[in-house]
Design a protein around this ligand. Structure first.
Ligand SMILES: [Ca+2]
Ligand SMILES: [Ca+2]
Length: 371
């Protein structure tokens, strides 16, 4: 089932008929991956088109949890709510506290021309959840102390982690271990060094960053270097709030082009939509009312392909709209948006100077306009 899903997605994305045929043939014969035929017949063509089967495996994120009062453990799927459910062709994930706020953030590397991704953890530290971060330095063996086991104990609760430097494809783990310990806790820390010696480092308070040097018996405290990651642009929008994008060109019903005007002392709403989207059609009367009132400039840009352009006029007549319903070429819209990933309708609100001030996903409501 999964294979068929992957094939269907890949066919939908294929840019040439030749590639589509090869993928379809592969799906029917269930060609064995890795054979010469596989490589020559379709993998090469797929890569030629910039596609990848594995690129359509979405990334899952799981959290371990206590499943029942007896204390047995299980995993809960957090892929969706965590924002980690990515379609990018990611090959390795590193958990590292990049912003030094005590929770592990995720970095994934991606191939096929996509950008690497840094996922900020907003669910971990800072909300009543204390941590202890530990770095090691070996003195009898290798200085990295790779392979050491660190134990953290709070009352009858024990945790252990092994410092593993190298794992994952084309990536490396940070030389730092993070333990979630609860707020206002103090914990006992000990290390089983790679040479076999066990060493206690005594009791430390929650929210400490420590360096443990083999044989020293006491922790060194590391000064925090916490900073705040910038917020990412809203999903599907390629420029940040507060910035002015490059101008776009719209196509009017008569085929003539017109520049999409922003700024000039007037607030502007730009709504991207498609005739096939029911929620988009439903919000058109509200946008038309705003257009007639004239306090803000209202621009709609349909991402429909040219062969559906005639539907724009039909919809305009049926809803008795007074505003024009221009279309925008997919390539043109891609200068502002990830057209395949954005949610429609999507409304971008620009201030009087032409800078993006707000992004509203989904159909506009009266409440959105009051904000
Ligand atoms: Ca963090
Ligand atoms: Ca965080």
């Amino acid at each position: 089932m999964y294979w068929r899903h992957v094939v269907a997605s890949t066919i939908a994305e294929a840019k040439t008929e030749e590639t589509k045929k090869v993928i379809e043939a592969a799906a029917i014969t269930e060609e064995r991956a890795g054979s010469d035929t596989y490589v020559e017949n379709h993998m090469a063509l797929i890569f030629q088109d910039g596609l990848s089967f594995s690129g359509f495996e979405r990334n899952p994120v799981f959290i371990s949890r206590v499943a029942d009062p007896q204390g047995s453990m299980s995993f809960q799927d957090l892929s969706d709510v965590s924002g980690g459910d990515l379609v990018e062709d990611c090959r390795a994930t590193i958990a590292c506290d990049f912003d030094d706020d005590g929770d592990p953030d995720l970095f994934t590397n991606a191939i096929q021309g996509e950008c690497h991704l840094l996922l900020r953890n907003d669910m971990g530290a800072g909300k009543g959840r204390g941590f202890v971060k530990i770095r090691l330095r070996g003195t009898t063996g290798h200085a990295s102390a790779a392979g050491a086991t660190v134990r953290v104990t709070r009352g009858d609760k024990k945790q252990a982690q092994v410092l593993s430097i190298g794992s994952g494809y084309a990536s490396q783990n940070p030389g730092e271990l993070i333990f979630g310990v609860g707020e206002d806790a103090s914990v006992l820390v000990s290390v089983l060094w790679p040479g076999g010696a066990e060493e206690s480092f005594g009791s430390v308070a929650a929210n400490s960053r420590l360096r443990l040097v083999e044989g020293s018996g006491a922790p060194e405290f590391i000064v925090p270097r916490t900073f705040r990651f910038a917020d990412p642009p809203p999903r599907g929008v390629l420029f940040a709030v507060g910035t002015k994008p490059t101008p776009l060109t719209l196509i009017l019903p008569d085929g003539k082009t017109t520049p999409l005007t922003l700024g000039g002392g007037k607030k502007t709403l730009v709504t991207f939509w498609a005739t096939s989207c029911a929620a988009c059609r439903e919000e058109l009367p509200l946008l038309d009312r705003l257009h007639k009132e004239g306090a803000v400039r209202v621009v709609t840009a349909s991402i429909d392909p040219p062969e559906r352009a005639h539907l724009l006029e039909q919809i305009g007549e049926r809803l008795s709209l007074t505003m024009p319903l221009p279309r925008i070429d997919r390539a043109e819209a891609s200068r502002w948006l990830e057209v395949d990933r954005m949610r429609i309708p999507l409304t971008l609100v620009f201030d009087e100077e032409g800078a993006l001030s707000r992004v509203i996903g989904g159909a506009l409501t009266e409440d959105d306009l009051r904000e």
